[in-house]
Design a protein around this ligand. Structure first.
Ligand code: PRX
Length: 636
């Protein structure tokens, strides 16, 4: 393999076969394209899939040396981060690889001066500003572990995450500019810390907007007072490939969100490999991923994948609809973006708010356009293909998860074929399969089942923070010797995969995973709520919306005022992204004799389908179904 980048269908096929026949040899070659201070002792120790897998163990290196230092000699003046502000009038900011390295080193030295050491956890609660990338890389440079929390989560949700991983430091900004709003950030951090986050010693605050904030002299430190004056040389901490790089919390079907753990070596190799192949990035291109850095897409495909590849990664502070729904396209035109990567929910929202709006912009620089986070429906796919890609740009419908670290299934633009709404083929190194509910693998094509992986890839999650058993039971014990994704999928007659969606109690709202149990726990905090049940339903823009059935104690007063209070409780407990779209007040929930809620019925009713409930003979209270139907809310 001369380069990590595959350039033809023949090469794809050959490498795919090699990756199955000789996975160690395949990955050894990919890994040889990076800078290691010491070579690994084993490429991979396991020949089956387990969370105890070890990749490139014994290999010593630092991921930031690979993201930054190794590009300096040839590409030091290449823009690494190209930042576009919320307000189109704000001048763009460019950080070349040289400048970024210098900023990262200063920040790393500042972190050291605060007593941060290898293995310490740092929580990030930051807007989309260049400093978030600087600080994340600074953290990795000194071997500290970053835990980035999406800045739309509430103080409660932030506090839970800080406590779970006992973060020593929180890095935040004063405010976050979003559209025409200035959203408090530091205030939320203060609130979270007051909820018993005793591990937090300091809060490092970047002054992004200049607005005043409450200040605690014992804990709070302005970034401006400690970072800029540091030395801009910082020797990277030498890490083992299996040392932890970061924790990222994500929702599951049960209990509180879990901290997915990724380690340095496998994650580095895999994110760079997938970035170069899926986007077919070429030197000089400008690549833009619109995700927030608080999600895995931001980690893998705004920061690590692109920077490991020496690419120019555009980072956008704002929202797609500010100042109007042409903003994405205006930014594409302004920066001559070549690869554009976004979520179906954004595509649907922009399509709805101005079908022909993109025609006003010159989008001829685009070569590849991508989609991630949820299934893309055909209408949105076609609009994206025609209005944005002008039928010249392959759409890469990339399927992956927080747990997988990087893209597992995706077309390779210009190399493999593309079919609307299909994530299509696995990348070389990835071995998906479909199983039935008994775990029996479905052979051949034209089959539908549960999507699993039967062989490890380098960036598979290693554990869930502080609870290895939970990781094992959630992902590795449903089916023998397989990683279970939680998704259903279909394999077509040519072996392409089409992802159907979650088969567990996880709702995918605007590409964000929300556990039904989490929302129910939040709703149940309302003093007049006795019980609740939450399900997803198809939503025109969000993909899935949240439908809540709530049993009250009868003391709620006016119903709409109560509904508003429920929304407030959910906003307080989780954040606005988890607010139900519909709240139906009910007297009973359909339950089986063993007390289990029959969610299938609730899902059907939320979808507006009032029969075909399947077998309801085990229902303890079948009479409630009529009431549920009568009270159903009309949506969309
Ligand atoms: O259901 C799948 C859906 O998003 C889930 C993973 O969510 P998260 O960990 O938040 O990561 C999102 C960004 C990688 C998956 O289990 N999903 C992701 N990509 C696609 C998708 N569903 C259909 N098509 C996709 N391309």
């Amino acid at each position: 393999m001369k380069s990590i980048q595959i350039s033809s269908l023949a090469e794809y096929k050959e490498l795919y076969q090699k990756s199955v026949d000789d996975p160690q040899g395949f990955w050894e070659e990919v890994a040889s394209h990076f800078t290691w201070r010491q070579k690994w002792s084993h490429v991979l120790k396991s020949d089956f899939i387990t969370p105890d897998v070890r990749w490139f163990e014994g290999g010593k290196f630092n991921i930031t040396e690979n993201c930054l230092d190794r590009h300096i000699e040839k590409n030091g003046d290449t823009p690494a981060i190209l930042w576009e502000g919320n307000n189109p009038e704000t001048p763009s900011v460019v950080l070349t690889y040289k400048q970024l390295l210098s900023e990262v080193n200063k920040c790393a030295n500042a972190l050291k001066s605060l007593g941060i050491k290898k293995g310490d956890r740092i929580c990030f609660y930051m807007p989309m500003i260049p400093q978030v990338a600087v600080a994340i890389l600074a953290c990795a440079r000194i071997g500290a572990i970053h835990s980035v929390v999406f800045a739309g989560f509430s103080a409660n949700a932030l506090a839970d995450r800080i406590k779970d991983s006992e973060c020593k430091l929180v890095i935040c900004s004063d405010y976050n500019r979003r559209g025409n709003k200035n959203i408090p950030v530091k205030e939320v951090v203060d609130e979270a810390i007051a909820m018993g986050c005793d591990s937090v010693e300091k809060v490092l605050v970047y002054n992004a907007t200049g607005q005043s904030v409450n200040w605690n002299n014992d804990k709070d430190i302005w970034w401006e007072n400690i970072v800029p004056q540091q030395n801009d040389v910082c020797e990277p901490e030498i890490m083992d490939a299996e040392d932890v790089l970061f924790i990222l919390y994500t929702s599951g079907s049960t209990g509180k969100p879990k901290g997915v753990v990724h380690t340095c070596g496998g994650y580095m190799v895999y994110t760079c490999y997938t970035f170069l192949n899926v986007f077919q990035y070429k030197p000089g291109d400008v690549y833009w991923c619109t995700a927030d850095v608080g999600w895995i897409t931001g980690h893998s495909y705004i920061i690590y994948g692109p920077l490991l590849s020496g690419a120019t990664s555009l980072m956008f502070e704002g929202v797609p609809t500010y100042p109007d729904s042409g903003r994405f396209w205006q930014v594409c035109e302004k920066h001559k973006v070549n690869q554009f990567y976004t979520a179906p929910t954004a595509i649907r929202a922009l399509m709805a708010s101005g079908y022909d709006e993109p025609d006003k912009y010159d989008l001829s620089s685009l070569k590849v356009i991508g989609s991630v986070g949820e299934p893309i429906n055909e209408e949105a796919w076609n609009w994206y293909y025609e209005k944005i890609g002008h039928k010249n740009c392959p759409i890469v419908d990339t399927w992956w998860q927080t747990e997988t670290g990087g893209i597992l299934i995706s077309p390779l633009p210009g190399i493999t074929d593309m079919k609307p709404c299909f994530a299509s083929y696995p990348l070389p190194g990835v071995q998906p399969c479909l199983v039935d509910t008994n775990g029996v693998e479905l052979e051949g094509n034209n089959v539908e089942g549960l999507l699993c992986m039967k062989f490890p890839w380098p960036s598979i999650l290693r554990t869930t923070y502080g609870d290895h058993e939970r990781c094992r039971t959630t992902y590795f014990s449903t089916f023998n010797n397989k990683y279970f994704t939680g998704d259903g999928a279909r394999r077509d007659e040519d072996g392409r995969y089409r992802i159907i969606g979650r088969v567990d109690d996880v709702i995918n709202v605007s590409g964000h995973r929300i556990g039904t149990a989490e929302v129910e726990d939040a709703i149940n905090q309302h003093e007049h709520v006795i019980e609740s049940a939450v399900v997803g339903f198809p939503h025109n823009i969000k993909g899935q919306g949240i439908y809540a059935y709530v049993i009250t104690n009868g003391a709620i007063g006016e119903e709409n005022a109560f509904r508003k209070q429920v929304l407030d409780v959910v906003t307080k407990e989780i954040g606005p992204i988890a607010k139900p779209d519909a709240i139906q007040i009910v007297t009973q929930l359909p339950k089986t004799r063993s007390g289990k809620i029959m969610r299938r019925i609730l899902r059907k009713i939320a979808e507006g389908e009032f029969d075909n409930f399947g077998d309801t003979s085990t229902l303890l209270n079948p009479e409630c179904v009529e009431d549920l139907k009568n009270g159903a809310l009309t949506l969309n």
